[in-house]
Ligand binder design. Structure first.
Ligand code: ZN
Length: 81
């Protein structure tokens, strides 16, 4: 069992070394919170829906800016806080 662990460790070290030598560019993709036309996407904290910022209802609650998909969500969220 220890041998297996050592092998795994060696594999991990080798893998890290390999990655250090050949850094991948995979992490440099554009942020996921932007839609295709470049418009900023916001999340409704009440129901979790993502929507373009131009379609969102904004509200300033306790000094923070929030965006909602509907007045219903905004009302419910205000009730909770
Ligand atoms: Zn909502």
């Amino acid at each position: 069992m220890i041998k297996l662990l050592l092998l795994a460790l060696l594999f991990f070290l080798g893998y890290s070394f390999f990655q250090a030598l050949f850094p991948r560019r995979r992490d440099q993709k554009p942020p996921a919170n932007r839609s295709q036309n470049g418009e900023q996407m916001v999340q409704d904290p009440q129901c979790g829906t993502y929507l373009p910022i131009s379609d969102a209802l904004s509200a300033n609650i306790q000094g923070r800016q929030y965006y909602f998909c509907s007045r219903k969500c905004r009302k419910q969220f205000k009730k909770q806080t």
